[in-house]
Ligand binder design. Structure first.
Ligand code: ZN
Length: 313
């Protein structure tokens, strides 16, 4: 199946469908609600129900504008311009899904952002055999090795408890959608109170609707902010310690780059071994790599016998 890559995004001309487009288009599949994937006011949006809600929160529909939303939850299918579209679970953030496109006997899978291990909040990945795989490579080098969710949660809780026992305030850096809520939920499981930056707190109701619990704030406890805001916390450096929970924490220089005292290498993206596992399970005859280390990762895959190429998305 022909796939076109341009600065506006990924396009399937045979069925008139864009995948996570950056530009405003007639019809778009939104794999998840991160703003580099779900943006713009397209005429038709296809997404999981959770992604559609989060996208609408971040991209409100202006008065007088019309938009058709087709909900496609995991393992549901719709017919679309001669193809069958099926959503498949993706471990990334709440609501994330892969798209399986079956057209004229060919199976194409677009992963969106994905990892293979289960997330703290969200669905586990459903590996989906296909002929043509479009996959991201944000961390597609062997130096990236991440923690299992359960181990990361233990590290998060222990860091907070050790800081509090030493009379220091534990500070976490987390992104506004995904990591932030995963850290907050982990603290709640350990009954650790937490002050949460409003950009993270604003999306918590969507997670609560899926059954995740969050900390009460009763003064004291931990502080959870988006990256860069730890500098603005009115506490002397001797009274606080900062943890970076991120895939970038796998790098030696992450401590200095993020002003972090403690590094917890946990990500909502696949590490190198997870990418290889997911590709082996998909068993594609053609692989297009987008994002991150696309060129070196494509070379690594070719050395392993795969038909892989960097796709300029
Ligand atoms: Zn993402």
């Amino acid at each position: 199946m022909q796939v076109e890559y341009s600065p506006d995004g990924i396009y399937l001309p045979a069925i008139g469908l864009w995948l996570d487009p950056r530009a405003t288009v007639p019809a778009a599949w939104l794999s998840h609600a991160h703003s580099d994937h779900a943006r713009g006011l397209h005429q038709t949006v296809i997404a999981s129900a959770i992604t559609a809600q989060l996208y609408r929160h971040r991209w409100p529909l202006p008065a007088g504008r019309q938009q058709q939303t087709l909900l496609l939850n995991p393992n549901q299918s719709i017919e679309w311009n001669g193809a069958t579209l099926t959503a498949r679970q993706a471990s990334h953030i709440l609501g994330a899904a892969q798209l399986l496109v079956e057209h004229q006997g060919e199976r194409l899978v677009y992963t969106g952002d994905i990892k293979r291990r289960a997330p703290i909040c969200g669905w586990p990945t459903e590996p989906t055999p296909c002929d043509h795989l479009i996959i991201e490579s944000t961390f597609g080098l062997p130096i990236y090795q991440f923690l299992e969710a359960g181990i990361a949660q233990t590290r998060i809780a222990n860091f907070a408890l050790e800081c509090l026992a030493a009379g220091q305030t534990p500070v976490f850096q987390g992104y506004g959608l995904g990591r932030g809520q995963e850290i907050a939920h982990t603290l709640a499981l350990h009954q650790i109170p937490c002050q949460i930056h409003h950009s993270i707190a604003a999306l918590i109701p969507y997670f609560e609707a899926e059954g995740y619990t969050f900390p009460v704030h009763s003064g004291g406890g931990a502080i959870l902010v988006t990256p860069g805001l730890e500098e603005k916390i009115p506490l002397p450096p001797t009274k606080r310690k900062v943890a970076l929970v991120s895939g970038w924490a796998a790098l030696d220089n992450a401590r200095a780059r993020a002003n972090a005292d403690v590094l917890i290498p946990y990500s909502d993206h696949a590490d190198f071994s997870e990418l290889l596992q997911l590709i082996a399970e998909s068993a594609p005859s053609q692989i297009d790599i987008v994002h991150g280390y696309a060129a070196p990762f494509a070379r690594i895959l070719r050395d392993r016998g795969y038909n892989a190429r960097q796709a300029a998305a």
